[in-house]
Design a protein around this ligand. Structure first.
Ligand code: GAF
Length: 385
């Protein structure tokens, strides 16, 4: 059953009536541009063919009730009591979105409550933004149902605000932008300072290329630890260099940065500065020479994350190195790091070889068996029924 059919079915089972509408939003793979979004930089992610669906029914009172295939019991909250600390656990994502809509200007005093049922086939903890998929599906559903009229860039901010303030993860705007703005066979080239977005055809299918995801099944959490520490280092680096953000530091400034900064902060800064340039180079290379030519930029991005930003783990390095050694055009870890997934751009015919070799390499090292599968650049959030 598709996630849309499952959401409609689950809704009817829990709430005893059919939903009045069903919306869905995808997870994402970031092709390149990691930890650049909260530095006002450039990213180049795409929406994937794994989605979260939300079925919605109206109510006569002002209660929001959410149920999910992933949770044993529904959670409910009165609209007058929505606040960042009033919700926790998995329901912080959908209920946080309802709160964030109000923060960004929606008049929630005159809307009625809703029942929501969520169903997803975006793997959780794989670094493919299952959280953004929930946020964006719910944001679009509530926006349309309540007639709020927010545009998609604003809905992306709603999802980010829910994640930052309600879930408590200091993340940027990339994942929600990919989930809301993505299109089939294309990636979203986003300037995270101006929020200008350009949807650029990838041409994977016409050029006979597949995007292989290797979920190394090492769990990460962006609400704690390394992610926030990296963000703090970037902000400290920008301050020390007298820049508003690392977006304003350019490759030519790195020699001066090396003199001014301690070694660790310098390497954090160098990653962001060179990664921004790699995003621009990837977009240009894609346009001029096609997707088969972007491999070296993906490879260089991984080295930078491994050595300078230090967000890779041995399992991600093994996935990348094995894919490269067996014919991948390019490979890198994707997402926030410390676990999650690696991606490899592979000629269609070599997918079975890369898959086999990655599984064999993990078995030989005694690592947990990774999940290896292909994803297709797909349409962003939409109403399905
Ligand atoms: C996570 C965050 F949610 C994004 O905002 C981004 O910073 C990414 O890590 C790293 O590029 O997915």
């Amino acid at each position: 059953m598709s996630e849309v059919a499952e959401a409609m079915h689950g809704f009817a089972e829990w709430f005893g009536r059919p939903p009045i509408g069903t919306w869905s939003a995808p997870g994402r793979v970031n092709l390149i541009g990691e930890h650049t979004d909260y530095n006002d930089g450039f990213v180049f992610p795409f929406a994937i063919d794994r989605r979260t669906a939300v079925a919605l029914g109206d109510r006569d009172d002002r209660v929001i009730r959410v149920a999910s295939s992933l949770a044993a019991e529904p959670v409910e909250v009165h609209l007058d009591e929505l606040a960042p600390d009033a919700v926790s656990g998995w329901s912080a994502y959908p209920l946080g979105v309802a709160w964030a809509l109000g923060e960004l200007g929606a008049d929630l005093e005159h809307v009625r409550g809703v029942d929501l049922y969520l169903s997803s086939n975006v793997p959780v903890g794989a670094g493919l933004s299952s959280s953004a998929a929930i946020e964006c599906a719910v944001a679009l559903a509530l926006d349309e149902h309540w007639g709020l009229g927010f545009d998609r860039p604003t809905l992306a901010k709603v999802g980010q605000l829910a994640e930052n303030r309600v879930v408590g993860a200091p993340t940027g705007i990339m994942d929600q932008s990919a989930s809301l703005l993505g299109e089939a066979d294309a990636a979203v080239f986003l300037d995270c300072r101006s929020l200008d977005a350009d949807v650029i055809p990838l041409g994977f299918e016409t050029d006979g290329l597949s995007l292989v995801v290797i979920d190394v099944r090492v769990e990460h959490a962006h609400a704690s630890g390394g992610y926030a520490a990296r963000r703090a280092s970037c902000e400290a680096g920008a301050r020390a260099l007298g820049a508003e953000s690392l977006r304003d530091v350019h490759p030519d400034d790195l020699a001066r940065a090396e003199e001014l900064l301690d070694d660790e902060t310098f390497r954090r800064v160098r990653h962001v500065v060179t990664e921004n340039q790699r995003v621009l180079d990837t977009v240009r290379t894609l346009r001029e020479d096609g997707p088969g030519a972007i491999g070296p930029l993906l490879d260089a991005s991984h080295v930078s994350m491994r050595d300078d930003f230090e967000i890779s783990v041995p399992e991600l390095d093994l996935a990348v190195e094995t894919a490269q050694a067996h014919g991948a055009i390019g490979a890198r870890m994707t997402g926030g790091g410390f676990g999650g997934s690696a991606i490899a751009l592979v000629i269609d015919g070599l997918v079975p070889v890369v898959t086999h070799e990655v599984l064999a390499a993990f078995a030989e090292r005694g690592y947990r068996e990774p999940a290896v599968f292909t994803v297709r650049p797909s349409q962003g959030a939409r109403r399905d029924a």
